[in-house]
Design a binder for this molecule. Structure first.
Ligand SMILES: [Zn+2]
Length: 336
């Protein structure tokens, strides 16, 4: 059955996502135990044994293994995976709402996005249509986004469904929900982001969150945590338009938790990769102003007023010495 596109792109406000977390991905008490499928067993072996694994008769949720098995069946039918492949060959499963889980997730409708290689549009459209828990399938390889302006962006491709998911960012400062169109933004789990939150918490307790720039902001995580921490002015910047668009989306999703009263969008220059920094959105509220720029971080402070604190959160392996030099006009630079 075809799905309503708007349902797949539905943005829940932060409070609503946080309120659902307790029971999200949890099995009913009377549901049979986790199937515990051997992730290295072949499809042929599994097909014989997986017959008994079902969706929960009372809530309808499916164990992750069952969802991956259903996807693998379709990929085998299309000749994209062989009968000797295991569940791992399907790809990388990403839950729709990311937060540290202590148990394998039980999935409801459209709660899983898969990133895999060697996939076709035809097969993945069928996966999204026939496996209710799967929200979208992305063809991956490399890290999506702009790691080097000179080399241009690395792209993943959304083959079917929607790639919109969010991560819950937890810190002593508070919680936020950060949405990302995952085919265009690199994957960062809340657990991996924890060391960065420790750095922000320390800055917060030392009273450093006065005016803050997040010059390689991606979807806005660190800058928005600074806004939550009481910064009076926050500058977000990225050279990758999909990241800037998601940052603006995150202003909206976290509007009430951040006390934002008004968001104004300005004209966005053409092109997916920004050079000369351009102020594309502004938000006001609760004694805080947030400015969103689209452009090269090296040139950001030729347009934006410098800040007391400048956060640089580079891609792994990215060279950022020139960015750090250009950000020297700020009071203090912290590489996160
Ligand atoms: Zn159940």
């Amino acid at each position: 059955m075809p799905r309503h596109p708007h349902l797949d792109e539905y943005i829940r406000p932060c409070e609503e996502v946080l309120a659902r977390l307790d029971a999200l991905y949890m099995a009913c008490p009377d549901y049979p135990k986790e199937p515990g499928i051997d992730k290295t067993a072949s499809f042929s072996d599994l097909a014989a044994r997986a017959e008994g694994i079902q969706r929960c008769p009372s809530c309808g949720k499916a164990p992750l293994d069952l969802v991956m098995m259903d996807a693998l069946k379709i990929l085998v039918d299309y000749g994209l995976r062989s009968r000797s492949d295991s569940l791992r060959a399907v790809g990388w499963p990403l839950v729709e709402v990311g937060y540290p889980l202590a148990y394998p997730p039980r999935l409801g409708p459209r709660e899983l996005i898969i990133v895999g290689e060697n996939l076709t549009k035809e097969a993945t459209v069928e996966i999204v249509e026939r496996v209710p828990e799967i929200k979208g399938v992305i063809r991956g390889g490399g890290v999506p986004g702009v790691a080097d302006l000179r080399a241009g962006p690395t792209r993943w491709e959304l083959l079917a469904g929607s790639d919109l998911r969010c991560d819950v960012v937890s810190s002593l400062i508070g919680e936020l929900v950060i949405y990302k169109h995952q085919s265009k933004i690199h994957v960062e789990f809340p657990r991996q982001a924890a060391p960065k939150m420790k750095i922000l918490e320390e800055l917060y307790f030392r009273g450093k969150m006065t005016t803050v720039a997040d010059v390689l902001a991606g979807p806005g995580t660190l800058g928005l945590v600074a806004a939550l921490g009481g910064a009076s002015r926050v500058v977000l910047n990225d050279a990758w338009l999909p990241a800037v668009e998601d940052a603006i989306l995150n202003l909206e999703a976290n509007q009430s938790i951040l006390g934002i009263e008004k968001i104004e969008r300005h004209k966005t220059p053409a092109g997916e990769v920004g050079r000369e920094p351009s102020l594309v959105a502004e938000a006001w509220g609760d004694g805080c102003k947030i400015e969103v720029y689209f452009g090269d971080a090296e040139r950001l402070f030729s347009r934006a007023e410098p800040t007391d604190l400048c956060l640089i959160d580079p891609f792994p392996g990215m060279k950022f010495d020139r960015i750090a030099e250009a950000c020297g006009v700020c009071g203090e630079i912290v590489v996160v």
